[in-house]
Design a protein around this ligand. Sequence first.
Ligand SMILES: Nc1nc2c(ncn2[C@@H]2O[C@H](COP(=O)(O)OP(=O)(O)O)[C@@H](O)[C@H]2O)c(=O)[nH]1
Ligand SMILES: [Mg+2]
Ligand SMILES: [Zn+2]
Length: 338
Amino acid sequence: MRRYGKHTDEDDVRVRPNRKGNRPRTHIRPKHEDAADGMVLTVDRGRLTCLVDDRVIVAMKARELGRKAAVVGDRVALVGDLSGKKDTLARIVRIEERTSVLRRTADDDDPYERVVVANADQLAIVTALADPEPRPRLIDRCLVAAFDGGLTPLLVLTKSDLAPPDELLELYGALDIPYVVTSRDELENGDAADRVREHLDGKITAFVGHSGVGKTTLVNALVPEDRRRSTGHVNAVTGRGRHTTTSALALPLAGARAESWVVDTPGVRSFGLAHIDPSRVIHAFPDLEPGTEGCPRACSHDEPDCALDEWVAEGHADPARLYSLRRLLATRERREGD
Ligand SMILES: Nc1nc2c(ncn2[C@@H]2O[C@H](COP(=O)(O)OP(=O)(O)O)[C@@H](O)[C@H]2O)c(=O)[nH]1
Ligand SMILES: [Mg+2]
Ligand SMILES: [Zn+2]
């Protein structure tokens, strides 16, 4: 699955060799003790829109950060003109440690996996029940990415006016994932937003899914236009008066008790699963995890000696859970379209 021998992405710490060897060039990083804290809301061709206090500020990455890219959701430190006035440009001098990352896979025209969202707590996996048809493989891959990254998954099944949710809900039933089903009518009368909002309080939620499933429609229903405008999203970034969902976009949720964010993302084809550690995925299955103690070393959990079969046979866990776990682990070896 991994087509490139050595893993490289923009997060690798690159140490430029100098004449004395491989010593990192730490001395060039100034302290910037007076820097302000901000959060990256969107990125557009090297310009990063950041929220600092209540001001929306456009910034560029300082050269000293090297190849490390700041992405939506990143907590950053900024210096320079922080007024947020038109045509000003601040500098991002530091990217704080991330609590989570979501990567998308390498594309044909871009050989690197890239982080799309940092610091999200929850992954809302948006799937249309029809138009476009649901793709369980993509849902599985999103789930693995969520479990691996320590994000809580939420299934959002849209367009129930076009097809019923029963089959999909049955397929994911054993995983016990919270879900919301929405329809065109419920979007219009506000019920869809209300029901999704119940799952968003106090969290940063990234909405992912195939293009056309209704992510932007839902995010717009959650965040009223004046609020989108006040964070500079309507025209400050693209200048076209409309966000085209070519980059992820963080929006503050209105009416939430605790600070909550929703992150709209462009249609992803898949997530990078090259770095997935099966033990982190199993961690999301607390009923099965203790059963792996009897497994052979480096067990794939899908081999004859795997102790999980016995664990389930002894009645410690539901066989459907083991089946689901194995299906998820197997997605790592498959391409999304399979
Ligand atoms: N019938 C129906 N159409 C929907 C629903 N939600 C969104 N759509 C439509 O699906 C299309 C794609 O929506 P969009 O939000 O742009 O999808 P995105 O690519 O995931 O952001 C638009 O024409 C929406 O009006 C729904 O619940 N039912
Ligand atoms: Mg969209
Ligand atoms: Zn095993």
